[in-house]
Write a new protein. Structure first.
Lengths: 283, 216
């Protein structure tokens, strides 16, 4: 659905330079800190900005050849932008109906009703959570094949975040051959949603892994200095010095569990993973 | 383009109270001055209202969302001209109707020459579209605030050139030009219409290029 190859975009003090792929039937998460390059990459894919080099394929086509009809197959959420705040929920429906031939007005009204969105209310007068929900509803109600969602849960409390994630799960359950590319700086959002995770830092992809592999194989090893000195480090990705000794990030927890039964091997979780990938040193 | 037009009409609808005041002021103007004066006034206001929709699009990173919709930058730029033309024509119709009513009330039914009024309105339409052709690209390139300053500079330069020509050209030349216009009225009107259309077309091309180059 999306293939990004060596895309490069530079700003003063920042360079995006990365490759990634989103396959049909998957939810792919892009995770990284604020300013890591997530939005820049999304903007490149959506042609809001123009990369200096590299290639981007969207729906099997070079992005330069994407037509307005192709764009009807994509639903988008940008975290800091949406339909003009001066318009009402009802107005948004009229606008979307005229943009998308497959726009489903009934589904839009029903989803807005379920989300407690008053049709007469201006978008600028909605709460942050309501605005975020409305953006996702706008992206979902024209039967898109592909969703590109930049920080759809940004600034929301845990309940509002879960409601949005539920909308996305329902979308994939109803359309198993579609795909979602979603970014977030909140790891727990992506941890339980995605099939595939890319981690971005300083404009570069520093990790790409299947979500199941991340859950099952990646782990944190807590070892004393002497243990660290003697242990096999062939599956250690990053290390960090601590008061008690060293913590190591491994991509093969079972290897260490089997080989060193006494070793403390803890499930890493994406937060820890990010922390180690960004803050840790090479073994 | 239908989606963009819907958006702009819905946005401009928010200003209907201002529009009513503007129309009332136009009718007052028609009473106190030449009845036809309100046509030009209303059309200029229509142009400004139409251009004002770019401010709404720009607000709160609006362009970033707009260009994720199924709309190209080219269509966006073209739509602004189409939308402005529709609004200006709408205000023209109101202006012509207002001027006709004021003429009948203020003078008499016999004083009303509807064809002359329409011809004047159509000429004004072209002039306002030319004014739009200068304003819109600068608004698209520099945004609402800087665009306004750029617009003042453009119109300042044009006025300066006009004043300079009036000062530099000898009276005989000006008289000769007036004579020429009077004796070749049809040719002059056709030439000016072609020139206006060319300016509008050029402006559309420039606006498309501006939009295609911009990053959001």
């Amino acid at each position: 659905m999306i293939k990004v190859t060596n895309v490069r975009k530079t700003y003063t003090g920042f360079e995006l330079n990365c490759s990634m792929e989103l396959r049909k039937g998957t939810i792919t998460g892009l995770i990284g800190r604020n300013g890591a390059g997530k939005s820049t990459l999304f903007k490149c894919i959506l042609q809001l900005i123009y990369p200096e080099s590299g290639e981007i394929k969207l729906l099997g086509k070079d992005i330069k050849d994407i037509t307005e009809a192709d764009r009807c197959r994509i639903g988008t959420v940008m975290s800091d932008s949406g339909i003009s705040g001066y318009l009402t929920i009802e107005d948004a429906e009229k606008i979307l109906k005229n943009f998308y031939p497959k726009f489903d007005g009934k589904a839009y009204q029903e989803m807005c009703r379920q989300a407690g969105l008053d049709p007469k209310k201006k978008i600028k007068d909605l709460s942050t959570g309501m605005k975020a929900r409305h953006r996702v509803i706008c992206a979902l109600t024209h039967d898109p094949d592909l969703l590109i969602l930049d920080e759809p849960t940004s600034g929301l409390d845990v309940i509002a975040r879960n409601e949005i994630l539920e909308l996305l799960r329902n979308y994939m359950a109803a359309n198993p051959d579609h795909a979602i590319l979603v970014s977030s700086h909140i790891s727990s959002d992506l941890e339980n949603l995605c099939d595939d995770i890319y981690m971005i830092e300083d404009g570069k992809i520093i990790l790409h892994e299947d979500a199941d592999v991340l859950n099952d194989s990646y782990a944190i090893l807590k070892v004393r200095d002497d243990e660290y000195r003697d242990m096999d480090k062939s599956h250690v990705l990053k290390v960090r010095k601590e008061m008690f000794g060293v913590i190591c990030l491994t991509d093969d927890a079972n290897y260490y569990r089997t080989r060193y039964p006494e070793m403390i091997v803890e499930k890493s979780g994406i937060d820890h993973l990010i922390e180690m990938m960004i803050g840790g040193e090479n073994a | 383009m239908k989606g963009l037009l819907t958006k702009d009409f819905l946005l401009i609808r928010n200003q209907w109270t201002s529009a009513l005041i503007i129309v009332a002021a136009g009718i007052f103007m028609a009473f106190s001055m030449q009845p036809s004066a309100c046509i030009a006034y209303l059309m200029m206001i229509g142009m400004m209202l139409a251009i004002g929709t770019t401010g709404y699009d720009e607000f709160d990173n609006g362009y970033r969302f707009l260009f994720t919709l199924p709309v190209s930058r080219k269509t966006y730029a073209l739509e602004k001209y189409v939308f402005a033309a529709i609004i200006i024509l709408g205000f023209m119709v109101i202006g012509v109707a207002g001027a006709a009513i004021v003429t009948v009330v203020k003078y008499s039914a016999a004083a009303l020459d509807i064809l002359e009024l329409l011809a004047e309105a159509l000429a004004m339409f072209l002039i306002v579209m030319v004014a739009l052709s200068f304003s819109l690209p600068s608004r698209l390139k520099y945004g609402s605030e800087k665009g306004r300053i750029a617009l003042y500079i453009i119109f300042g330069i044009l006025t300066g050139i006009g004043l300079l020509l009036g000062y530099v050209l000898p009276a005989e030349t000006v008289n000769a030009m007036e004579m020429f216009v009077k004796s070749h009225a049809t040719a002059v009107i056709i030439s000016l219409t072609i020139l206006a259309v060319a300016v509008i077309a050029g402006s559309v091309i420039i606006s498309i290029r501006i939009m295609e180059k911009k990053e959001y």
